[in-house]
Design a protein around this ligand. Structure first.
Ligand code: AMP
Ligand code: MN
Ligand code: MN
Length: 328
């Protein structure tokens, strides 16, 4: 029988990092601000310890995060490097080919459903962001934060907390931010680089998402499909930020954004009270209790919406839909 995977202490992982010679750091597919921020900060930390470290990812890094990168991303983990993975809840979402080739030596994350798939695991679901866990390693190893590393960590914490507004915000997160500002971070500068990089196509696809939003009692569901992309010249990724705008409606407990991708639909779920991570896992996805996602194959956004509403029916009040049974 295989031994139960173990969560390591910050000290154990700090000692492991000290023993590295060459490391490649990657993060989850569909990388977000915390994914890139925590990965970049870990690259700088390993370099500060005197080892070689590179960032690798097989997908292009979104434009609004590219300024953080320590190197042009390698699309694979080099054969003689140890693979370190951050912010990735499951091993099938790791951003470079790894199974059978590169064992995951470190799995550093803050998703509570992380099954501890690494040789070393540092998983803390109380951390607001994976970047906060990387910051704890800087402190443990007494490595001073320079401006570059501090900006990467700030990006992770500020994006994963929705700009310090979500329920994962803690005194520890704010104390860390104070340290990051002392290390040279200027929040307005970071904000300019990560939020003020939009295009009119993005604006138009987010507008389409808002126009397509339907309310069912305590739920809001919005869809965008290929026709919307064609009309606006935008892509699926451009529509991602729509999810946060959907949350602004009073009296709503669950919001969903369903966007068409090649061969199916991608879903983002957010809530203030309902365990949407559980819902996402029911569809083969995952995430946090109040922020989660999944992909359904061979389903249009409209079909995915019908399917999702059937599940939501038992969890929140869907108003009239509770009686009619159809999303219409
Ligand atoms: P998103 O809605 O894409 O911003 O994702 C919200 C959260 O759900 C993040 O923590 C993701 O890591 C997680 N998540 C999104 N899609 C998936 C998926 N297909 N499988 C597992 N976790 C996911
Ligand atoms: Mn992430
Ligand atoms: Mn994260």
């Amino acid at each position: 029988m295989q031994a139960k995977a173990k969560n390591n202490t910050t000290r154990e992982v700090a000692d492991f990092l000290k023993g590295l010679e060459r490391a490649a750091v990657t993060t989850h597919t569909g990388a977000d601000g915390d994914a890139i921020g925590s990965a970049v900060a870990l690259v700088y930390l390993v370099r500060s310890l005197g080892a070689e470290a590179v960032f690798c990812h097989s997908e292009p890094v979104p434009n609004y995060l590219r300024w953080l990168l320590p190197n042009e991303p390698l699309t694979e983990c080099p054969p003689d490097h140890d693979l370190l993975v951050v912010d990735t809840s499951r091993s099938d979402r790791v951003g470079v080919p790894h199974e059978d080739v590169h064992p995951v030596r470190l799995n550093l994350d803050h998703h509570e459903d992380n099954p501890l798939y690494g040789e070393f695991n540092l998983v803390d679901a109380k951390a607001a962001a994976s970047a906060q866990i990387v910051a704890a390693l800087y402190a443990e190893l007494k490595v001073a934060l320079d401006k570059q590393a501090a900006q990467a960590i700030y990006t992770g914490v500020s994006t994963d907390t929705g700009g310090f507004r979500f329920r994962n915000v803690s005194p520890e997160a704010h104390e860390l931010v104070a340290d990051l500002l002392r290390a040279g971070v200027v929040p307005a500068e970071v904000n300019d680089r990560i939020n003020r990089t939009g295009t009119v196509q993005q604006l138009n696809i987010v507008g389409a998402s808002m126009a397509n939003a339907d309310r069912y009692g305590e739920a809001i569901v919005s869809t965008v499909d290929k026709n919307d992309y064609q009309r606006t010249g935008a892509t699926e990724i451009d529509s991602k930020e729509s999810i946060d705008r959907l949350r602004n409606v009073a009296g709503v407990e669950v919001v969903a954004h369903l966007r068409e991708i090649e061969g199916g639909t991608k879903a983002s779920l957010r809530s203030e009270s309902v365990d949407v991570g559980e819902i996402a896992r029911g569809f083969g996805g995952g995430g946090h209790r109040l922020a989660a996602g999944y992909t359904t194959h061979q389903k249009t956004p409209q079909e995915a919406k019908e399917e999702l509403l059937q599940v939501l029916k038992g969890l929140v009040n869907l108003g009239d839909l509770d009686n009619t049974g159809s999303a219409g």
